[in-house]
Design a protein around this ligand. Structure first.
Ligand SMILES: [Zn+2]
Length: 147
């Protein structure tokens, strides 16, 4: 999904501004021959879920900027008990194992994946990835020695 992140400008104030096409202020992205709001795509990529998972749910912006696609600036504005709960509960409750942490640091250090790709792969937020990589979290997990 590099095609997606290529259109995102990571601004200093924390907003991720969509640089592609917009409709009524919302970034739009072509996905599987359909136009999807870019912030919804960012949200599902980031948390490793599918668009079906958030179908019928409104994603609102904490920052009030509709062109922003930073998933951590988004929150679910309507609750529907039926279909989506299981899927979203999985996202929010996703637990990382120590093996995940070690793999993540190695993938990052070797340049295989960037922080956003890691976030999408492991289903956690990029700020958390950043903290893990910078050893603010999970400090007790020892990396295997590499020679
Ligand atoms: Zn924002």
């Amino acid at each position: 999904m590099n095609r997606f992140w290529d259109k995102v400008l990571f601004t200093l104030n924390g907003c991720w501004d969509w640089q592609g096409g917009t409709t009524r202020g919302y970034g739009m992205f072509w996905l599987d021959s359909a136009m999807v709001k870019a912030h919804r795509v960012a949200f599902v990529l980031f948390y490793g879920i599918t668009l079906e998972c958030i179908e019928g749910l409104k994603l609102l912006h904490h920052c009030s900027r509709t062109c922003c696609v930073n998933p951590t600036h988004l929150y679910i504005g309507t609750q529907q008990d039926n279909m989506t709960d299981a899927c979203l509960a999985g996202v929010m409750a996703r637990k990382l194992t120590e093996d995940d942490i070690i793999n993540m640091r190695q993938e990052y250090a070797s340049g295989v994946l960037n922080q956003y790709e890691l976030a999408a792969k492991y289903g956690v937020g990029q700020p958390k990835i950043s903290e893990i990589i910078n050893n603010k979290f999970w400090r007790h997990v020892k990396e295997p020695l590499t020679l």
